[in-house]
Design a protein around this ligand. Structure first.
Ligand SMILES: *Cc1c(COP(=O)(O)O)cnc(C)c1O
Length: 310
């Protein structure tokens, strides 16, 4: 299971103007199919499942989920079954993401919103375990303690690739940030950009995942850059991302990496960083999500395209 990703310098007039040294950790390029951070988070979950003779993995997600997409492919590669408990109705089965997931062998189980809300409920999970005793349960987004080690490898790689002061990552459920914090052990400033509206529960969630014996202080989640909420963005936000992509040749998408990027550009304008600061942006992948947004006409077909996964 290959997980090493490149680090690339990125140039833009605004970086030059503020004398910032910016690089991108290309987890979007780890693998042609699987989105970067979801692959990292699954690595030790897959190993655990195999070493403990589980037949497969069950997990949860929305109908356009990067995690579900990655899980289906990774399980197929590892000879494991996969079952996706998906929020929504069965007509989603033919959408961009779930079509591929099913081609890779995932069994899809649609549940209504009310049931989906039980995805962390002890009794509900206990029932699932009894129904599928030979399947490992992995939470939504793959964010459990086993995920941290895989994400931590990003830090090990970075330490060999460059010297840096600050690392930025988008934050959805907090698993990725927690893995980075644990492996980094206060060596660098870690900044999480929340991609959804929240007041503090993400910090709690990250602390919950981190080991209690160590004290981690060199990190923070910035909450004011969600742009209206999860997967919400304005036409203007989209245009800024498109312009940046055209100028640099990188592809940031508007749900995760693009929200981190816009926050980064806003922070630069606010004078948040100091001259000479060496900054790494973690590109967490998720480009398959563009497919679903094109399908729902949430993005412009003339501007955006997705890699062909089939
Ligand atoms: C899930 C996801 C994130 C958020 O990661 P968490 O570990 O849930 O915080 C960031 N970027 C992409 C592309 C994702 O798919």
């Amino acid at each position: 299971m290959q997980t090493l990703s490149k680090l690339e310098r990125i140039f833009h007039p605004i970086f030059e103007k503020h004398q910032l040294i910016v690089s991108v950790k290309r987890d979007d390029h780890i693998h042609p199919i699987i989105s970067g951070n979801k692959w990292r988070k699954l690595k030790f979950n897959l190993l655990f499942a195999k070493n403990n003779n589980y037949k497969g993995i069950i997990s949860f997600g929305g109908s356009f989920s990067n995690h579900i997409h990655a899980l289906a492919f990774a399980c197929q590669q590892q000879g494991l079954n996969s079952i996706g408990i998906i929020r929504g109705e069965s007509d989603y089965a033919s959408n961009y993401t779930l079509t591929m997931a099913q081609q890779w062998g995932m069994a899809i189980n649609f549940v209504d919103r009310k049931t989906y809300r039980l995805r962390e409920d002890t009794d509900y999970l206990e029932n699932l375990k009894q129904k599928y005793p030979d399947h490992l349960l992995v939470p939504e987004g793959g964010s459990n303690k086993l995920a941290l080690g895989g994400v931590g490898e990003i830090i090990t790689e970075l330490n060999q690739q460059c010297e840096f002061d600050t690392l930025l990552t988008p934050v959805g459920s907090g698993g990725t940030l927690a893995g980075l914090i644990q492996a980094d052990n206060n060596q660098h400033q870690l900044l999480g950009i929340s991609v959804l509206k929240q007041d503090g529960y993400l910090t709690e969630q990250v602390n919950h995942l981190l080991s209690e014996e160590q004290h981690f202080y060199n990190w923070q989640i910035l909450s004011e850059f969600h742009r209206g909420g999860y997967a919400k963005f304005s036409k203007e936000d989209e245009q800024r991302i498109v312009n940046f992509n055209l100028q640099t040749g990188f592809v940031f998408e508007p749900v995760y990496s693009g929200k981190m990027l816009l926050a980064f550009l806003d922070l630069i304008e606010q004078g948040y960083f100091s001259k000479g600061q060496r900054i790494v942006l973690l590109h967490t992948g998720g480009l398959q999500g563009i497919g679903g947004m094109l399908e729902r006409k949430r993005l412009d077909r003339d501007v955006w395209s997705v890699p062909d996964f089939k």
